[in-house]
Design a binder for this molecule. Structure first.
Ligand code: PEP
Length: 249
């Protein structure tokens, strides 16, 4: 399977900086030789069409950071998966820990968003991960089980779904789990997925303080098929180092 490096820009950027960053990433990809992972950019909502225009030749995939479970209607401020598909998205992140924390998103809501994304023809990047307190209490496996089982729709397949393991304590902190710790959780996620949804080439990304300087090590962990990158995706040079450091598949 081809690995995926997805940049989550979160609530950062302007129309000008988004254009420049997308142009820089697309330009590097165009000039690259040899096999590389798939690359996706997930800008904030209003910047999605702007980035989509810059990367319209299709070498870089377009993604969004959230979607509503419904197709349309009276949901002020929300965006449907169908609209994201209409403006050119391939991916949408759902269940990011910042949304779970800031907006109280439950596994059930995340599941309905992932199902909407799949119905609309998008691939949801479903995020799961334990907090530091949960890891310290030895609850990582239980939290991952609850989130994976609760957040994935019954119709999830290896082809229409990507899962991102993002330990909450590693996001934006500069800290990462050890390579064996990452491999262990990825093994658990894959086993849980296969029990309910069957086998296939499911991509499980790691996310949390991935940078150019640690990408090669972290992304070589067994069962890791790419990365969801926050802070470092805002810097084209560092983001490119991650892309180059990622085993392709
Ligand atoms: C994220 O929020 O998805 C993330 C991985 O952030 P960072 O890379 O900044 O830790």
């Amino acid at each position: 399977m081809r690995a995926l490096i997805a940049g989550n820009w979160k609530m950062n950027g302007t129309s000008a900086s988004a254009r420049a960053l997308a142009e820089a990433v697309a330009g590097k990809l165009k000039g690259a030789v040899g096999p590389l992972p798939e690359v996706a950019l997930c800008p904030p909502g209003p910047l999605v069409p702007i980035v989509g225009w810059v990367i319209r030749d299709g070498a870089v995939a377009l993604g969004a950071q959230d979607c509503h479970p419904k197709e349309k209607g009276a949901h002020t401020g929300d965006t449907s998966a169908w609209l994201l598909k209409d403006v050119g998205c391939k991916y949408v992140i759902v269940g990011h820990s910042e949304r779970r924390a800031d907006h109280g998103e439950t596994d059930a809501l995340v599941q309905s968003k992932a199902a909407a994304a799949q119905s609309a023809g998008l691939i949801p990047i479903v995020c799961v991960g334990e907090t530091e307190a949960e890891r310290d209490r030895g609850e990582t496996a239980a939290i991952i089980k609850r989130q994976v089982e609760g957040s994935l729709p019954p119709g999830a397949t290896a082809e229409n779904t990507v899962i991102a393991y993002e330990p909450v304590w590693a996001i934006g902190t500069g800290r990462t789990p050890t390579v064996p710790e990452i491999a262990e959780v990825h093994r658990q996620i894959r086993a849980l997925f296969e029990q309910r949804h069957g086998g296939g080439s499911l991509r499980i990304l790691y996310g949390g303080s991935v940078k150019g300087s640690n990408a090669a090590q972290v992304l070589a962990a067994e069962g890791v098929n790419g990365a969801l990158v926050g802070g470092a995706s805002l810097d084209a040079v560092d983001f490119w180092k991650i892309i180059e450091g990622c085993p392709v598949g």
